[in-house]
Design a binder for this molecule. Structure first.
Ligand code: NAP
Length: 501
């Protein structure tokens, strides 16, 4: 069945839903939002492991157009965030165009029709959408990455990824192992350590962990947010600008992060008594090189009697045991891999084909994972990313980035509509200049100079994931669709004066 539609939006998380809500507001109502999950929510639906919470303050980690006075605390837990996403999608009236339990398996640019042919496999069979615009919403944290450990495929106990939590597996009294000590693991470990019989934590690289300064909102504060005009907006603005002040410490002068380093070292001393364990958890690279984590409970959990931090590395998995590089054999009932996501090899690149049938992954093999303004790619007409290459942050809210990109897309669609363009795609020159500037800026960042390897970098050591400037600048640069940096597909009639929206 082929279904013509103006816009196909892939992914019903924060990004895809924001695009849907704003397009709808602009009268661009003919769209579908396709998602493989059972409900909307994206990463906040998938990551429902014990302890899942946001490490960016909720006042900022929410849509600017949908403030929520009911956040229970400054860093809200996952169920609250998921419920918020549901509420906003319902309130905005876009759920009628969300197609769930459906996976986009191919998206091909049809030159003759000047349309994207999008194949979607759902419970009711295959649907082909014929769309003017393709908006790619799954961010880089959507596809779980399993560790490449010999023998893992034949592990004899229960095994699951942090983003695919098995709530049916009872950990009480069990021998549990967690591989990884990233943002997900350090939230999981304090939750499961008290109930596990024994817990082994496999650390490859120690993270920097600063205290979590949690604030629980009182009923009076919530009341004030609801009723005092401008108060919640002022709180959000203060948090926003406070976060922007961190940018130079990441991008230009890592020495500015010294206070954070002091806090992190104090966090270790406060949380751990054992000097040997303190040594093992102290990172040997600059703070900020990997994501800075926040927790008051991670170190005490590691220091508990039933927990071992294993740093010798993993040789292989044999039956129900993990064999360390030092030959130690540790038996495990449940193995939890908190080993992150396919961040530098996004799944969408393997199913989207642009002009001449070029697979996006093949283009990325030539150029690196890169886009113009994190949003568009030469050779891929009328395709827009939300959370595209080099739009990630180490210091602030991705929802701010999402709203900035959606603003750019709205302005692009208005420009296309007003001028009756068939297609827009950035020029190679615009693409080259943008990325040359990005990579030049990367050279002074702590992500490049801090002495660590991280998911920010691809296999060539090139940072294809993060934005190396202020989010304020990102918003400014994406405020208006810069049609002069684009190749415009023939309009009907052929010569039209370009009107920017
Ligand atoms: P991650 O930060 O990529 O951490 C993965 C962990 O697994 C790292 O400790 C890594 O070690 C380890 N690892 C990977 N492969 C391994 C292997 N083969 N053997 C041993 N260890 C291995 O993944 P994540 O914790 O899921 O977090 C991903 C991102 O999600 C975060 O950076 C953050 O942006 C986001 N997140 C946000 C929140 C939030 O509160 N907002 C919560 C969770 C996640 P190395 O360090 O040595 O590579």
């Amino acid at each position: 069945m082929a279904r013509p539609v103006d816009h196909v939006i892939v992914g019903a998380g924060f990004g895809g839903l924001c695009a849907a809500i704003k397009l709808d507001e602009d009268g661009e109502r003919d769209f579908v939002v396709i998602d493989r999950g059972d409900e909307v929510g994206g990463t906040w639906r998938d990551n429902d492991y014990p302890g899942a919470a946001c490490d960016v303050p909720s006042q900022l980690y929410s849509y600017s157009f949908a403030p929520n006075s009911e956040w229970s605390m400054s860093f809200s837990p996952q169920p609250e965030i998921l419920a918020y996403i549901h509420r906003v999608a319902e309130w905005a009236g876009v759920l009628d165009r969300v197609v769930l339990r459906t996976t986009v398996t191919a998206a091909d640019w049809d030159e003759d029709r000047q349309r994207w042919i999008v194949t979607a496999e759902g419970t009711a069979g295959t649907t082909t959408y014929v769309a003017r615009t393709l908006i790619v919403g799954p961010g880089p944290l959507s596809e779980p990455r399993l560790p490449d450990i010999p023998g893992i495929e034949s592990f004899e106990g229960e095994l699951f990824h942090s983003a695919r939590w098995r709530h049916d597996v009872d950990l009480t009294g069990k021998r549990v192992a967690v591989i990884g000590t990233g943002a997900s693991a350090i939230q999981i470990i304090p939750e499961i350590q008290p109930i596990a019989g024994h817990l082994d934590v496999y650390q490859r690289t120690a993270p920097w962990v600063i205290p979590r300064n949690e604030h629980h909102y009182t009923p009076l504060e919530k009341l004030a947010f609801r009723h005092v005009p401008g108060l919640q907006k002022a709180a959000r603005t203060a948090i926003y600008w406070g976060r922007e002040l961190y940018v130079p410490a990441f991008t230009k002068a890592p020495g500015l992060a010294a206070p954070a380093k002091t806090m992190a070292l104090r966090n270790i001393r406060r949380g751990i008594k054992d000097p040997e364990l303190r040594r093992k958890v102290t990172p040997t690279y600059e703070i900020g090189c990997k994501r800075i984590l926040i927790s008051n409970r991670y170190y005490p959990a590691l220091d508990a009697d039933n927990c071992d931090l294993v740093t010798e590395g993993i040789e292989r998995i044999e039956g129900n045991a993990i064999i360390g590089r030092d030959g130690t054999r540790r038996e495990v009932d449940v193995l939890i891999v908190a080993t992150g996501f396919e961040t530098t090899d996004i799944p969408a690149a393997h199913i989207v084909r642009g002009r001449g049938g070029e697979l996006m992954a093949d283009r990325f093999a030539r150029t690196g994972m890169a886009a113009y303004k994190g949003s568009t790619i030469p050779g891929f007409p009328n395709l827009f990313f939300v959370i595209g290459p080099n739009t990630g942050l180490g210091h602030s809210s991705m929802v701010f980035i999402i709203e900035s990109q959606v603003q750019y897309i709205r302005d692009a669609l208005r420009t296309i509509r007003v001028n009756e363009f068939a297609t827009v795609e950035p020029t190679e020159a615009a693409f080259e200049e943008w990325n040359a500037d990005l990579q030049r800026r990367m050279s002074t960042t702590v992500w490049s100079t801090g002495g660590c390897s991280s998911w920010y970098l691809d296999e060539h050591g090139r940072n294809t994931t993060l934005w190396p400037r202020t989010t304020f600048m990102f918003r400014h640069l994406l405020h208006t669709f810069d049609v002069e940096r684009y190749v415009v597909g023939a309009a009907e009639p052929a010569e039209l004066e370009v009107v920017t929206a």
